[in-house]
Design a protein around this ligand. Structure first.
Ligand code: AHM
Ligand code: MG
Length: 324
């Protein structure tokens, strides 16, 4: 008969724990671990390609536009293929939704798969040709919740390709944890967590060229940030990079609606909702102009939403009294 003394203690993660080992230690099912391994495999290929893209003629546009009418960069296409080709092999995934693909991919041969995966293979594409930080965003749901609101996500994360390549993974049971890619061994290693977003920050990020076409409410909010709140501006052109700053240091990111982007610019399912999910688990919050991002039920897979995302203090200030 075994006794408590025979039960091995649950090993705690260290900076030598790889991401797959971390998920195994936390008791995540093998199918889920395989899916995250495939996501990070695609991200490792993207990170490797980014380092040599300028030498291999992989920068610049492909000459076509995607379903959103945006110019597709060569690396958008490469990253999308990396994600799709890897994930297609996983029988646990029955649905894929990508920023770069017009329709949801339902894998008929994987009809019993339990997961749906949403992703933006390259977020911040305008930074590609100038060698600045970009990211990949992903979100996992159970298949039956493909069209559910953001609270049906079971995990979300991103990989940021900056001076270091890092993966942030959020799961309600384990919080938000950070892994750093060590290219010498080809692994993402546990670095720290669970992360808490500071209650208040000292910077905000927005494309202020759009200021004149923002609503008076958004303009007043930005005036408060610049004035009474004493915030500085930090805007990189890549949502993942701007969000990562806010996750670590606090603050607020906003892409509200404007004359060109009547419903905002960012897409609900693979940009706004995953980052809102990560923010909420870390103690922050995300709203569209009038509702909580995580309560929005999508009407279509590439739907856009206004997004205001960040620390509790800043979001509280933005919301009318009843929404706090
Ligand atoms: P992308 O996924 O096609 O690159 O678009 C999303 C990007 C965000 O990363 C970024 O915050 C925003 O669009 C920048 O938009 P703008 O150039 O209008 O400031
Ligand atoms: Mg994007």
């Amino acid at each position: 008969m075994s006794t408590a003394a025979d039960t091995p203690a649950v090993e705690a993660e260290t900076t030598e724990t790889t991401l797959p080992e971390y998920l195994a230690l936390r008791g995540e099912p093998v199918e889920f671990r395989a899916m995250i391994r495939q996501v990070t495999f695609a991200a490792k290929k993207v990170a490797a390609e980014l380092r040599v893209a300028g030498l291999q003629g992989m920068l610049g546009a492909t000459g076509h536009t995607n379903v959103q009418g945006e110019t597709v960069q060569r690396l958008d296409e490469y990253a999308n293929a990396m994600f799709v080709n890897n994930l297609l092999r996983n029988p646990a995934i029955s649905d894929l939704v990508s920023e770069e693909i017009r329709d949801e991919m339902h894998m008929a041969r994987h009809n019993t798969g339990e997961y749906a995966l949403f992703f933006d293979p390259i977020d911040g594409s305008s930074n590609l040709d100038v060698n600045l930080s970009i990211g990949s965003i992903f979100s996992v749901r159970r298949t039956q919740h493909v069209r559910g609101d953001g609270r049906t996500q079971i995990a979300a994360g991103y990989v940021m390709y900056g001076p270091a390549t890092v993966c942030v993974l959020a799961m309600p049971r384990h919080g938000v944890n950070l892994f750093t890619y060590d290219p010498s061994i080809g692994e993402f290693l546990y670095t720290r967590g669970p992360l808490r977003m500071p209650e208040e920050g000292s910077s905000y990020g927005a494309n202020e060229a759009n200021y004149r076409s923002w609503s008076p409410r958004v303009q007043a909010f930005v005036e408060w940030l610049r004035g009474a709140a004493g915030h500085s501006t930090r805007y990189s052109g890549a949502l993942v990079a701007d969000f990562h700053r806010i996750l670590v240091k606090g603050g607020v990111y906003l892409y509200p609606s404007d004359d060109r982007n009547r419903n905002g610019k960012l897409r609900l399912l693979y940009e706004a909702a995953p980052l809102a999910f990560i923010a909420e688990i870390a103690g922050g919050r995300a709203v569209s102009e009038d509702s909580d991002i995580l309560t929005i039920v999508p009407r279509e897979i590439h739907q856009r939403v206004p997004l205001i995302l960040g620390s509790a203090t800043e979001i509280d200030h933005f919301l009318p009294r009843g929404g706090r």
